[in-house]
Design a binder for this molecule. Structure first.
Ligand code: ADP
Ligand code: MG
Length: 354
């Protein structure tokens, strides 16, 4: 849900302009599949591609990427590698989220009935704080052999995150929100996060609220995941939790994640992997990035295009069962993409779009 409808969306001659950051590893090949599917589906989107050199010690590419997203308002990205060992060179992924104030990461972890995995029938929404907590990048060695790393929790960010989680629950008819924390140990920082989520919960009496410590959350996710509906949490717990759930429902190749602030939106695979070891082998699962592209089309308001691509993805996975090796199949990335394109063409989108 958009709490404030002030999103930037660049549009020229009826076509949206979107920033594409392919990143490293499997990023570039996954982006080529997105472009291919969009071409066959006749999607009115033009990409402005920005490559960020992982080896560079300068922030020029990064600044250009951020300028491009500010202009277009919307981006799709792969994971960007930060190769520099210089501690002054920040993680590009974190820098983009912080600079654009993309304070919320939303990952809808929904199982595909056609994928054999550890848990079926999962439909959990993770609402993760995306700009502070353990990712504040404020580390220093105070004296030799003693490092301090600051975890920042602010009332303002905790409030708008919890508000987002409950508004999401309300908008999509979700029944329950669980706050994940470690307030028994980090009494002041996670304590503040928990306290604020409890206050916000009081504004939504129709939605059930509970809280759970991160350790127990991991165990409960593995043993009894159906108790969860919407989950709201600080940054690092979100990284852990989303990886546990994605592991349960089929791995890193399926699920997409959305990053929102009040003005910009960035779409990417949910678990943000680089996939260096599988790059260039035609075996990476293209689905997570294609799902990110569907999320992006929904954000832009191209609902018809989004739903046709989404249906083609679902049929490919659930009925045709064209699965890459990560899902236990033998299909190549291109087999999956070609099947999706075939289905998109069957729908003959161009004649039905309004
Ligand atoms: P690395 O850091 O070695 O590049 P990642 O941390 O990026 O690996 O990814 C974690 C695991 O998920 C790896 O085993 C990787 O191969 C797998 N993975 C990530 N994305 C995909 C994908 N799209 N398709 C298949 N496997 C993937
Ligand atoms: Mg990695």
């Amino acid at each position: 849900p958009k709490l404030k409808e002030v999103y930037t969306k660049a549009k020229y001659g009826g076509r949206n302009a979107v920033t594409m950051l392919p990143g490293g590893g499997i990023g570039p090949e996954l982006m080529s599949y997105v472009k291919e599917v969009f071409r066959y589906a006749g999607v009115p989107v033009d990409f402005e591609t920005v490559q960020i050199d992982p080896k560079s010690d300068s922030n020029d590419d990064l600044e250009y990427a951020i300028t491009s997203i500010r202009r277009n308002g919307v981006a799709i990205k792969g994971n960007i590698e930060t190769g520099s060992l210089d501690t002054e060179v920040l993680s590009r992924n974190v820098a983009i989220r912080n600079e654009l104030d993309l304070y919320v990461n939303v990952i809808n972890c929904k199982s595909y009935p056609g994928v054999r995995c550890r848990q079926q029938g999962i439909d959990i929404v993770i609402v993760r704080q995306n700009t502070e907590g353990e990712y504040a990048m404020l580390e220093h060695e105070s004296v030799d052999g003693v490092v301090e790393s600051m975890k920042i929790i602010t009332a303002a960010n905790s409030y708008r995150l919890s508000k987002y989680a409950f508004e999401y629950a309300k908008k999509f008819g979700r029944k329950k929100v669980t706050t994940v924390h470690k307030a028994n140990i980090m009494k002041i920082s996670d304590g503040l996060f928990l306290e604020i989520s409890r206050k916000v919960a009081k504004e939504y009496p129709e939605i059930e609220h509970n809280d759970m410590i991160i350790d127990n959350t991991c165990m409960q996710l593995v043993s009894n995941p159906k108790q969860f509906d919407v989950m709201v949490m600080p940054n690092l717990y979100g990284a852990i939790t989303s990886n546990v759930i994605c592991g349960l429902i089929g791995g890193a190749g399926l699920i997409s994640g959305k990053n929102y602030g009040d003005h910009y939106a960035v779409f990417e695979p949910g678990t943000r992997n680089t996939g260096t070891a599988i790059a260039g082998k035609n075996i990476a699962n293209p689905i997570a990035m294609l799902n990110a592209s569907v999320d992006m089309l929904e954000h832009l308001g191209h609902m018809k295009h989004a739903s046709i691509i989404k249906l083609a993805i679902e049929k490919t996975i659930n009925e045709d069962k064209i699965h890459t090796p990560d899902l236990g199949g033998t299909a190549t990335s291109i087999d999956v993409v070609q099947n999706i394109i075939k289905l998109v063409q069957t729908n003959d989108l161009r004649h039905h779009v309004n």
